[in-house]
Write a protein that binds this ligand. Structure first.
Ligand SMILES: [Cu+2]
Length: 133
């Protein structure tokens, strides 16, 4: 009986050890989507995560300009973040963000938005997001 019990416990412990670690938060989508070509800077950029995360840094790399820190709301934990009036420049803009996943892992990614005066707005087909551990 004791022996049977012990093997049961060992089995349970092994099953626990085999359970994969919780996945970190990922970006569900952004608006505009990364890869979008727009005629003018969007009024806002929204980043939606699949579960709560906390953005720790977000910067804009625009052509011919020094890196600029963007203000993102909210400052705490959320599934949805917004940058109001990012003032993107003509050309290729990269918005690089870093965040803390709900599981505590740092995650990061970037959104590329091209501003092309006169362009018909277009966004790429849904693609895998770029964030990773
Ligand atoms: Cu993770």
């Amino acid at each position: 009986m004791t022996r049977y019990f012990r093997s049961l416990l060992i089995g349970a412990a092994m099953a626990l050890a085999a359970t994969p670690a919780l996945a970190h938060s990922t970006v569900k989508n952004t608006v505009p989507a990364s890869g979008s070509i727009l005629p003018a800077s969007p009024g806002e950029i929204t980043i939606n995560f699949n579960e709560a995360a906390r953005i720790t840094s977000i910067i804009l790399i625009a052509p011919g300009q020094p890196e600029r820190k963007l203000d993102v709301m909210p400052s705490g934990s959320s599934t949805s973040f917004m940058v109001h009036d990012p003032k993107l420049a003509t050309g290729r803009n990269e918005i690089k963000w870093k965040a803390l996943s709900k599981d505590g892992h740092p995650i990061e990614g970037s959104i590329i938005i091209v501003i092309k005066p006169g362009a018909v707005p277009s966004s790429p087909p849904p693609a895998k997001n770029h964030d990773h551990h």
